[in-house]
Design a protein around this ligand. Structure first.
Ligand code: SF4
Ligand code: SF4
Ligand code: SF4
Length: 362
């Protein structure tokens, strides 16, 4: 709750300092932070905490607690104790004795990932407010950088890529997993948020616990010691992704060349990245895979199973199935369940992979 005008002014200042970070902040046409976002931030940071946050750098930059205490003129141990609970909830980032202000992505997702938050009463308020500012326009900033680069990319179901076709490692689910040493499994914040709101359309159809993260992000999450975050092996990660595509979830990863930090299993109804295509209006919400489904007309029996599997209305069936290349995102989900094995994924160059992180560009 915003308790007074000074609290509001500090929250506005803090939100605006995210202007040049990836995902920025939900703003109105004048650049002012949306009311629902300020309310949401006030649930994380009371008047005293927001003043501490204003002295902290934004993740991934970190500041030693000793320096923070000096700047704030507070006893170091008292400050540590004050930050203990916010750190457990992900409202301040703690890596050993170093601290940071959460990134916009962490602000939006942390309340719905950690068991520490899921057990709290205020989680419903977090869910309702985040839905309000996200659907109210923030999804465009969330999904696509200012220069129009989608922050996430579809990965094709690897087994369904025709053997003769070129596979670039960063476009292949197994290679993305194989290149990692630290892997963490955590609840999908988008489905979790809907679950809390009581309006998850895919309840009973898709599980929640199948978001995967790698490297420093995995390490930082695991270091929190929250029971909802689990370390997994490469084999476990592959099993989870296989189960996900059999169920009909789209694999998504970072839209950049060097390496992946996330491997999402996305649904059409809850996912904040697919939302621009499935329920809102952002055609550049995701980068499509450089593959397209291809039908063997001789094998196709026009059963229509693939129509049910496609979340993007890319298939029509008359005498045989036909693919609309403008709508197909190259996920490969249709190929997984074709009873006649009539669908394979063929190379179809259409989306360059940026050399740097799409999601870190504002
Ligand atoms: S992007 Fe997709 S899988 Fe990842 S958290 Fe959102 S819905 Fe879940
Ligand atoms: S699922 Fe396979 S056999 Fe059935 S319509 Fe689609 S391509 Fe044809
Ligand atoms: S046709 Fe649909 S299900 Fe098949 S690869 Fe394209 S987008 Fe995915």
């Amino acid at each position: 709750m915003i308790v007074n005008e000074e609290h509001r002014a500090d929250l506005i200042k803090l939100a605006k300092e995210y202007k040049n970070s990836a995902q920025s902040y939900p703003a109105d046409e004048n650049g002012e932070p949306k009311k629902a976002y300020l309310e949401y931030l006030s649930l994380m940071w009371d008047p005293e905490l927001v003043k501490i946050m204003l002295e902290l750098p934004i993740m991934p930059k970190l500041l030693a607690i000793r320096k923070l205490a000096k700047t704030l003129n507070i006893d170091k141990n008292k400050l540590k104790a004050k930050l203990e609970e916010p750190a457990k909830r992900g409202f301040v980032v703690r890596v050993g004795n170093l601290y940071a202000r959460p990134s916009p992505l962490q602000i939006h997702d942390m309340p719905f990932i950690l068991q520490e938050n899921l057990d709290r009463e205020d989680v419903v308020k977090f869910a309702n407010l985040s839905r309000e500012y996200f659907d109210g326009g923030y999804y465009k900033t969330w999904e696509t950088s200012r220069s129009g680069i989608p922050r996430t990319r579809v990965l094709t179901v690897q087994e369904k890529i025709e053997p003769s076709q070129e596979i670039i490692p960063i476009e292949a689910v197994y290679e993305v997993i194989d290149g990692q040493t630290d892997i963490a499994l955590f609840p999908c914040p988008c489905r979790s948020r809907r679950e809390i709101e009581g309006n998850r359309k895919c309840k009973g159809k898709y599980p929640i616990n199948n978001c995967i993260t790698f490297g420093v992000f995995a390490k930082a999450l695991l270091e929190m010691g929250d029971p909802a975050i689990i370390a997994i092996t490469k084999e476990e990660a592959k099993k989870i992704t296989n189960e996900a595509n059999e169920l009909g979830l789209v694999h998504m990863s970072d839209n950049n060349a060097p390496n992946a930090h996330i491997l999402c299993q996305c649904c059409e109804c809850c996912c904040g990245n697919l939302a621009g295509l499935t329920r809102l209006d952002n055609p550049r919400c995701i980068a499509r895979a450089n593959y397209i489904s291809s039908i063997d007309e001789d094998l196709c029996v026009a059963c229509g199973t693939c129509i049910e599997r496609c979340k993007f209305d890319a298939i029509t069936v008359e005498e045989f199935a036909q693919i609309n290349p403008d709508k197909c995102v190259g996920c490969g989900l249709c190929a997984v369940t074709c009873p006649e094995n009539a669908i394979t994924m063929k190379r179809f160059e259409r989306e360059d992979i940026p050399a740097r992180r799409g999601w870190s560009e504002t």
